[in-house]
Design a binder for this molecule. Structure first.
Ligand SMILES: Nc1ncnc2c1ncn2[C@@H]1O[C@H](COP(=O)(O)OP(=O)(O)OP(=O)(O)O)[C@@H](O)[C@H]1O
Ligand SMILES: [Mg+2]
Ligand SMILES: [Zn+2]
Length: 268
């Protein structure tokens, strides 16, 4: 197993709702099941969803150290941090642009991540300020772009790819989500939205297609219940796709030139 010292990888998309957060949770756990020390930062300041997806109780708040640092919350073997841990449903935070960017930098830099091989960052939708700030401040080793096979999502995925390329963050690959539908009754696979979307986009930008994750009721249900499918059904078909994505991501990272994969330094 190739080992990395704390590389930071953003999971992003141009379009909202394509399944970034679900992919990030399952991918992070899959990487951890493959023996890596993995952290997960929920960078969605406005609509954090990792707390729920990871099944972390609502009233959980991170312990502090020296009045400045935060200890990550452990979930399914991951070290996690999210704005969701610092707010409650009754007291949501209201952010304006610059505040949101600095809140995110704080979450990243003031969390005592410890020795991680890999930190996955669940990005908010879009290609705006938050995405740019993170790309510049966090010295990302790379980004993974999630898309669905539909034209509109592919168009936005293009914007995402080009944004990262503009700031010299290597795009490590694409994950096509909701690629086909797995019938809960008989298990057969049906390409609901067409088949070639992700493949064509990957070919066009010469990027690896890391995985094609099916549209599956079980994935959504497990996510809603706070127990990712790679935990609840590690031998199942769906989990195999996330495991494949994890392996392909590590292979893509290993192929990056050292110059484009700087090691981030964060306070410990
Ligand atoms: N492969 C899948 N099969 C079935 N449902 C899925 C799949 N991936 C994600 N979902 C569901 O789709 C919805 C949106 O997913 P998710 O929240 O992960 O998207 P997102 O891109 O992070 O959204 P946002 O842009 O709001 O952050 C959720 O209800 C999730 O459970
Ligand atoms: Mg999300
Ligand atoms: Zn069927």
């Amino acid at each position: 197993m190739v080992s990395f010292s704390r590389q930071v990888v953003a999971v992003a998309s141009g379009k909202g709702g394509v399944g970034k957060s679900t992919v990030t949770t399952n991918l992070a756990v899959a990487l951890s099941q493959q023996g890596l020390a993995v952290g997960l930062l929920d960078a969605d300041i406005y609509g954090p969803s990792q707390q729920h997806m990871l099944g972390v109780a609502d009233n959980t708040t991170p312990d502090q150290q020296d009045g400045e640092f935060l200890l990550p919350i452990e979930a399914y073997g991951l070290k996690t941090m999210s704005m969701g841990y610092l707010t409650t449903a009754e007291t949501p935070m209201v952010w304006r642009g610059p505040m949101a960017s600095s809140a995110l930098s704080q979450l990243l830099e003031k969390t005592l991540w410890g020795d991680l091989d890999l930190l996955l960052v669940d990005m908010p939708p879009g290609t705006g300020d938050i995405q740019l700030t993170l790309s510049q401040r966090a010295t990302l080793s790379g980004a993974v772009i999630v898309t669905t096979p539909q034209d509109i999502a592919l168009l936005d995925a293009r914007k995402g790819i080009e944004m990262f390329q503009k700031v010299d963050v290597p795009v490590l690959g694409l994950i096509e989500n909701m690629a086909s539908h797995i019938c809960p009754a008989c298990g057969h696979s049906e390409p609901l939205f067409g088949e070639a979307g992700g493949e064509n986009l990957a070919a066009q930008y010469a990027l690896p297609l890391l995985a094609q994750i099916p549209l599956s009721r079980a994935i959504r249900e497990q996510s809603d219940q706070g127990c990712p499918i790679v935990v609840s059904d590690p031998e199942g078909k769906e989990a195999q796709h996330y495991q494949q994505a994890a392996s392909a991501l590590m292979a893509s990272l290993a192929q990056q030139k050292p110059a484009s994969g700087p090691v981030i330094s964060m306070s410990d």
